[in-house]
Design a protein around this ligand. Structure first.
Ligand code: CA
Length: 229
């Protein structure tokens, strides 16, 4: 349920707004002073703020500016004077919407819904999905660096993980041990291509049902390795 804070000093207006919003399924809190409203908005988590302009103590301009420094939520500013709306716009306070009193409560509800939906879309579009490689029973989460074999998570060292991921991302491609060493270990690394053989063996122990009959990483005799699609 979305939580809305109304900062409004006229009790009758605040109550009317709350009643309509509650009827639409929102949870609503009211603060009647500027200072109290600002403190509440900063301390608690709200999904949207309805902010009156003329308030005892801090006014709506100041509150909007201070909240914008710290929080990202839709702010609808309301004022009794049409001139104030132009001022709000001119100041670039970061309010999302402006309404002149008196307005119809159902118009307010409609705008609240529209702004909440827009913010939700915005937040969702910013969620980055993890980069996943999935081949048959193997699932590699490149972002979290985790691996599951037939749904069971297995632990891999850094180089084992890098080697497995590289092969799985290039299936049906034969790589020589030299190719793999160059790709996974930088040239200054201590070690040689025998390191690749050792790592392939360890990876197979974790991913193959039978290491002697590998289903994933095949040995191409005299050449190198290939990840079977
Ligand atoms: Ca007022």
């Amino acid at each position: 349920m979305s939580k809305i804070l109304i900062i409004e000093d006229e009790t009758a207006i605040a109550d009317l707004e709350r009643d309509y919003l509650e009827l639409s399924g929102f949870e609503v809190q009211i603060e009647n002073s500027g200072d109290g409203g600002l403190a509440r908005a900063l301390q608690e988590e709200f999904d949207l703020l309805i902010l009156d302009l003329m308030l005892p103590g801090l006014d709506g301009f100041e509150i909007c500016r201070k909240i914008r420094e710290k929080k990202n939520l839709p702010i609808i500013m309301v004022s009794a004077k049409k001139d104030d709306i132009d001022k709000i716009r001119g100041l670039g306070l970061g309010a999302d919407d402006y309404m002149t009193k008196p307005f119809s409560p159902s118009e307010l509800v409609a705008r609240v819904k529209a702004h909440l939906a827009r913010y939700e879309r915005l937040v969702n579009s910013n969620v980055q999905e993890n980069d996943i490689v999935e081949i048959r029973g193997i699932k590699i989460d490149k972002t979290a660096r985790r691996v599951w074999i037939d749904g069971e998570e297995k632990n891999f060292t850094t180089k084992e993980f890098d080697l497995l991921t590289f092969l799985a991302q290039n299936p049906n491609h034969v790589f020589t041990k030299e190719d793999l060493f160059k790709e996974i270990w930088d040239m200054e690394s201590i070690g040689d291509i025998a390191t690749v053989t050792v790592h392939i063996k360890k990876i197979r122990e974790k991913i193959e049902k039978q290491s002697s009959k590998p289903q994933y990483i095949e040995t191409i005799w005299g050449v190198g390795y290939r990840f079977r699609m």
